[in-house]
Write a protein that binds this ligand. Sequence first.
Ligand code: ATP
Length: 442
Amino acid sequence: MSISLETIVSLAKRRGFVFQSSEIYGGLNGCWDYGPLGVELLNNIKREWWQAMTFREDIEGIDAAILMHPKVWEASGHVANFTDPMVDCKECKARFRADQLEDAMCGNPAYKGRKAIKCMEEGKFTEPRQFNLMFKTFIGPVEDEAAIVYLRPETAQGIFVNFLNVLNSSRQKIPFGIAQIGKAFRNEINTKNFLFRTREFEQMEMQYFVRPGEDMKWFEYWKEERMNWFVNLGLKKEKLRFSPHPEDKLAHYAKAAVDIEYEFPFGWGEIEGIHNRTNFDLTQHSNYSGKVLDYFDDETKEKYIPFIIETSAGASRSFMTFLIDAYFEEEVRGEKRVVLKLHQKLAPIKVGIFPLVNRDGMPEIAQNITKDLRKDFRVFYDDKGAVGRRYRRQDEVGTPYCVTVDSQTLQDQTVTIRERDSMEQIRIDMNKIREFLKDKLD
Ligand code: ATP
């Protein structure tokens, strides 16, 4: 089944997953707000990632500040190199990334449907200029060169500069990693494809410090681990692939790099990068800060600057990927059913609870069940409309189970539990609902 991005954007808005930022003012390009269900899904993705990383004995977590010393970005190479080539159309004044003209559309309504590359061929564009993607702001009241700070364009640097702090306070030994989830900001020239390329987004990054010489072994290890993470959380295997960076396209610091790509409605796109960053980062920060960032191995008595294997995923891009991958339209008894087959761990609501009708004490029983289950799960109580409609509403947001209280409940204290994907219904004792859900959801 092929689905359009518009279908996902519209579901996301209608059901409270994602709204345009500052919508009542006409929106702010490249920025999005997560609504009540969206924030649950996003938090669930981040929690799964955090646990996959920090429940291991060899990984510690941190949460570094967004604003960092401006020297960090000189040392990292971002001030000099974090640029994209930009061109302007002399005719319609639209701006484009010069290396992405194949995918971009001309902004002039007079040439509707024409690709921007055509305008370039006709000489409508200016020469490319390098545009730095970092957002600048000022620290303190004086807005001059000396007060410039940047909103971080990646979370990784907060990890590198804390390497010694974490090493010394955690008593880890190499190999070990540091994980972090946080906001990053890039002043992208063109934002597009919903959450795929935005100006404010969230990253989930882990930097794994290893002995030089063991770097490629760990690169291969993390490549597999990260692919398995996506597959185990339900993404379709056939929609995922590795895309290695050719040697002549590697970033200046990298020895090897591979992207995990997903096949979106608009084509294949990166969701996570795994990079062998060599000892570039710690060497640079050591040179710029004047601090020794070596590691001393007690056992072998060797001293070295560790190599770093980085796993860098977008939380927001993963969010969009899980949403798209889970979306199904099916025909059930002559009617269209929209269902999000989200992994149970990611589902924003775990169980819907309904009284079949609003009389004979059914609402009271259903409310008591709701109150009780809320201690453990995110629950949604719904007594509006036909029960079939209520099932559909929960299907559309990925709720794995629905419990219905009906007239038989009044006689024998059993309820119906209906499973989202198979739509199968079973009856169980209402005192066993928690046990059932715990068993299924864990
Ligand atoms: P691209 O080539 O698409 O600009 P990149 O190679 O610069 O991306 P990285 O710097 O490797 O991306 O970033 C790591 C991850 O952060 C990406 O895999 C993606 O999931 C996420 N990411 C990067 N830029 C954006 C953005 N503008 N909006 C949303 N997520 C992003």
